[in-house]
Design a binder for this molecule. Sequence first.
Ligand code: HEC
Ligand code: HEC
Ligand code: HEC
Ligand code: HEC
Length: 189
Amino acid sequence: MNQHRKPSRLWKQTRSRWLLGIPIGGFIALVLGALGVVTFHGVMDFTNTNEFCYGCHIGRDTIVEEYQASVHFNNRSGVIATCADCHVPKPFVDKMIVKVKATADIYYQLMETVTLENFEQERLRLAEHVWRDMAASNSRECRSCHTPERWDSDAQPIRVRTNHQKMLSQNMNCIDCHQGVAHKRPVIE
Ligand code: HEC
Ligand code: HEC
Ligand code: HEC
Ligand code: HEC
């Protein structure tokens, strides 16, 4: 009996010490997880600020200057659209796809694919990427602020109203008619 008790007590001790590892491990995982979540959201939020976009685009092209002169940056109501409002989707999965794809721009930035000198020649190529994405999403990003269902068409000038009725009846999307709403529209020969 006695001979058996010892090892069994020893075993119990080890086991309980080992068991203690579960809550400690869980706690560490929780802390790391929380830090990860905080960092993740921090990175997501930071990379959505205008300052982040300005960091590369100022001095490389004339996009920021044009944006700052546009109605989406300066208007009578003081509501502005940030770069990310138009270029980064709000739904999580689409947002992650754009963020991951955008890491390629670090490479392009280093390779200097776009410079102040060649920007006007490169602009159409870049704009076509944006138009393609906006056509695919049915201009979802525009619609996060402009809601056609909420349009008071009586309050819109006749030219606006007839065009917007045409949009609804023909299932068109905003950029079919509105290009160059934040930057100069590229010259198409
Ligand atoms: C690391 C530098 C860098 C940062 C930061 C950056 N960009 Fe860019 N961006 C570039 C470069 C370089 C290009 C040109 C890529 C090419 O030549 O195809 C570009 C191209 C674009 C295009 C053209 C469309 C396309 O798919 O090619 C859009 C739109 C754009 N950037 C928006 C943004 C927005 C919005 C932000 C902030 C959320 C941002 N960029 C932040 C470097 C950057
Ligand atoms: C973050 C919100 C927001 C987003 C996103 C947004 N807009 Fe706007 N838009 C505004 C505001 C605010 C005004 C200015 C209203 C005013 O005149 O006071 C405006 C004005 C306009 C005007 C009128 C321009 C003029 O000269 O009076 C058009 C057209 C327009 N937006 C189209 C678009 C299109 C197309 C997109 C998507 C590519 C878009 N907007 C995305 C908020 C937004
Ligand atoms: C069939 C073409 C067409 C489509 C599609 C279209 N618009 Fe317009 N929109 C116009 C025209 C034309 C005007 C008059 C101003 C102008 O010439 O740019 C206008 C004016 C506007 C204005 C200014 C309203 C005012 O009272 O001055 C806003 C804002 C606007 N559109 C947003 C949008 C948004 C957002 C979408 C997509 C949901 C959209 N439009 C789709 C043709 C269109
Ligand atoms: C109101 C929506 C809106 C905002 C705000 C906006 N863009 Fe754009 N952007 C567009 C659209 C639409 C295009 C496609 C070309 C066009 O129609 O002007 C475009 C095109 C571009 C291009 C391709 C080159 C070109 O001239 O077409 C780049 C790069 C770009 N945007 C970067 C940015 C950056 C950086 C910001 C903030 C400083 C920003 N955009 C703010 C709607 C927007």
